[in-house]
Design a binder for this molecule. Structure first.
Ligand code: ADP
Length: 717
């Protein structure tokens, strides 16, 4: 492994050890070299001193040529073990004496060399002149071994080496301990950095060890992390915001299109793809005028306007889609600015209003049709805003109230005041009912008279309308039409008058006929004239039927003319029911009629009218059920009220027909009852008479099983 790839601990330990070893080696080397040379110098001095002493001692022996003496002097060298050889040369340069004596001449240089000392392979050799008062007597050669010296140096070197190794060991341990001071903060930083990069968690902080440069580095590192964390958080927030924004833009039903300052399309959302038919890949980078039919100059103008802060109001325009369809768009153009408020683009939000426009056109067309229709039908229209309390009447509606100005009209002053006195309360009540969703479902269908505000003319008007309710079922709008039915009404009144006169005129002779029939019948019964009894019984029942029909017609005309009056009295229910059933049984012998009583019950009614109601119901039960099937007339207590009912086991009535059953002249279209005669006024009269008694006719009927007609009256017993 390369040095630079080593872990910092090893690096530090290595650096310390290498530095230490280098220093120690240099020191030990220098010491050994110094010792080597200083030892040699000392040795040279020692040998030369010895040589000088020996030379000066040998001068006499040489002068007197005394070889024995010379050898004797040289043998003194024995005292120094290092001296291995020595000899004396005479002045001629011949070996005169030698040490050790037994060494042959070859062991010595043949002739003395120049004075001085030299080192030669483990020895120091030298020549020392032997003089006496400037007379050269000879030369001393001395050779001393350096083995001891070298052994000493070797020993010293070994000691140095041991010391170096020991020092290095110590250095290793010391460096392992002390390197931590440097490596720990760095390792801590490195671990923190690795943790952060692995976990991506910038909230981790490096532990600060000491206040040195590494401490400052840790502080700086932590500070940097803090900044990164804050920035990261901001980036996350911005990312979240922008992804939310992107999701909103993508899920928007409106096309949201980004346009750069170069007027090219820079963003194109899903709705834009759906509305225009181009994908974002097709449109991004394309010039904006490819979609919006403005000329490039207009786009430039828009850009300039936005740049100078001018707001562009939403406007409607038309564009061509990819498949060449013309779309109506509502377009909002807004500037897109950076955080410094500089314009960096344009956003266009386009809403497809094609359907809306189509509907608008359709409504305009319909309104036009309606206008033409109402115009030709001479229908007047009214529109009441119940929240604002305002009322709009068209000219025709105004005309029907004898109003010929176009000033404001109000419910109280124009409508209620304009109603005929005899109709006002009724109509006011019906309008209250129309405003009650549960009661009327918002339907309004009435006839009333108006008294012209300026011309005081009485007009008959048929008004139809619809009330609209809010989510709390409160009425908010009331619209409808009014039609002049004066002529029709006059015809009807004339017809009613006619019927009334005829009915009235017929009633007297009919009563006379009926009484004569009954007298003759009584006589026939006495004589037991069976044929006459049968004939007169039928004649009597037919006159009763006729008299009931005449009563119906008279009541109808009275109701229509508002002349219907009640003559209330307290009657015993059982008695009333008994009488009615007895009469009915006489008229209709084809069906058994069962009566179920309720004892001690009294009602306060116009007994003729209530009898008429019951007769009509029983007549219908007979008419619309098979001969022989049972009819039940009865009464039940229902709290404070009495429920009076007529039940048959006949054909029954469909739900659809039940809704219209009580309307004037309504007859169910049924093949089975084609031959059953009637005018469709029986149930209408029943319902109207009961309304006058503050009651209401109701029906429960199942087709094929029969019907029960019933109503409630207060029990006053
Ligand atoms: P009509 O003179 O036709 O009997 P009504 O007003 O008395 O007129 O009745 C209206 C219609 O209601 C009848 O044509 C008939 O079809 C239906 N209707 C009335 N009562 C009954 C009943 N008890 N059973 C079946 N249908 C009935």
């Amino acid at each position: 492994m390369r040095f630079r790839d080593l872990p910092i601990r090893q690096k530090l330990t290595s650096v310390i050890l290498i530095t230490c070893s280098a220093a120690l080696l240099l020191m030990a080397g220098s010491y050994i070299v110094f010792e080597f040379f200083s030892f040699r110098k000392a040795e040279e001095r020692k040998v030369s001193t010895l040589a000088i002493v020996i030379a000066s001692n040998s001068s006499a022996a040489l002068a007197f040529q005394s070889q024995d003496e010379a050898n004797e002097i040289l043998s003194a060298l024995r005292a120094d073990k290092k001296v291995t050889a020595a000899c004396l040369y005479d002045s001629e340069g011949n070996i005169f004496a030698r040490y050790p004596k037994n060494l042959n001449n070859k062991s010595f240089p043949v002739k003395p060399d120049v004075d001085g000392y030299s080192f030669k392979s483990g020895f120091i050799e030298g020549f020392q002149p032997v003089n006496q008062k400037d007379v050269h007597l000879g030369t001393l050669f001395i050779k001393s071994s350096l083995a001891e010296l070298y052994a000493q140096i070797q020993f010293n070197s070994l000691v140095s080496l041991v010391l170096i190794v020991a020092t290095l060991f110590f250095g290793f341990f010391a460096s392992t301990i002390f390197q931590r001071a440097i490596s720990l903060p760095i390792i801590s930083l490195q671990k923190t950095a690795r943790n952060i990069s692995e976990k991506g968690d910038y909230s981790i902080r490096a532990v600060k060890i000491g206040n040195d440069e590494l401490g400052s580095l840790t502080d700086a590192f932590n500070h940097m992390l803090e900044q990164i964390e804050v920035k990261n958080q901001r980036i996350t927030e911005v990312n979240q915001e922008s992804s939310k924004l992107a999701a909103i833009v993508e899920s928007s039903g409106d096309a949201i299109i980004g346009i750069s300052l170069e007027l090219t399309i820079s963003s194109w959302n899903k709705a834009a793809e759906i509305i225009f038919g181009y994908t974002s890949e097709e449109m991004i980078g394309e010039p904006a005028y490819k979609i919006f039919a403005f000329h490039l100059d207009d786009q430039q103008n828009i850009l300039e306007m936005l740049r100078s802060g001018v707001q562009i109001k939403p406007f409607e325009t038309q564009v061509l889609t990819k498949d060449n369809k013309v779309l109506d768009l509502s377009l909002k153009i807004s500037p897109v600015k950076d955080s410094d408020g500089r314009l960096i683009g344009i956003s266009k939000i386009a809403r497809d209003i094609t359907e809306l426009k189509k509907n608008e056109r359709r409504i305009i067309e319909k309104e036009e049709h309606l206008r033409l229709a109402t115009q030709s039908a001479e229908l007047g229209t009214f529109d009441m805003d119940l929240k604002a309390g305002t009322m709009m009447w068209d000219p025709r509606c105004r005309e029907l109230f004898g109003i010929y100005h176009d000033k404001e009209v109000t419910y109280e002053d124009s409508f209620l005041t304009g109603l005929h006195d005899e109709d006002r309360d009724r109509i006011n009540k019906l309008i209250d009912e129309a405003f009650d969703k549960n009661l009327s479902g918002g339907d309004y269908d009435v006839e009333y008279r108006t008294v012209g505000q300026t011309d005081k003319k009485i007009r008959w008007v048929k008004a139809k309308g619809k009330v609209f309710f809010d989510q709390d079922d409160k009425p908010v709008r009331f619209i409808g039409s009014v039609l002049d039915i004066t002529k029709q009404k006059q015809d009807e009144l004339r017809k009613n008058d006619f019927i009334a006169i005829i009915s009235h005129e017929l009633r007297t002779p009919l009563t006379t006929i009926k009484s004569f029939v009954q007298i003759v019948l009584a006589k026939a019964k006495k004589n037991s004239d069976e044929f006459t009894i049968k004939a007169l019984t039928r004649a009597d029942s037919q006159t009763s039927k006729m008299s009931s029909m005449i009563s119906d017609f008279l009541n109808l005309t009275r109701i229509e003319e508002g002349k219907f009056k009640l003559q209330k009295q307290t009657v015993d229910v059982s008695t009333l029911l008994n009488e009615v059933v007895a009469d009915a049984q006489m008229i209709s012998s084809t069906h058994p009629i069962k009566l179920s009583y309720c004892e001690d019950s009294k009602i306060e009614v116009d007994s003729d009218k209530i009898s008429q109601v019951l007769v009509n119901l029983i007549t219908n039960a007979v008419k619309y059920s098979a001969a022989g099937s049972l009819i039940t007339v009865g009464c039940e207590k229902a709290g404070e009220d009495l429920k009076i009912y007529v039940q048959d086991k006949g054909e029954g009535i469909s739900l659809k027909d039940q809704e219209k059953l009580f309307s004037r002249f309504y007859r169910v279209e049924n093949e089975k009852f084609k031959t059953v005669s009637g005018f469709g006024i029986g149930l209408y009269l029943v319902s109207e008479i009961l309304k006058y008694h503050d009651s209401k006719i109701e029906v429960n009927s199942i087709e094929g099983e029969g019907s029960t007609f019933f109503f409630y009256l207060k029990d006053v017993a």
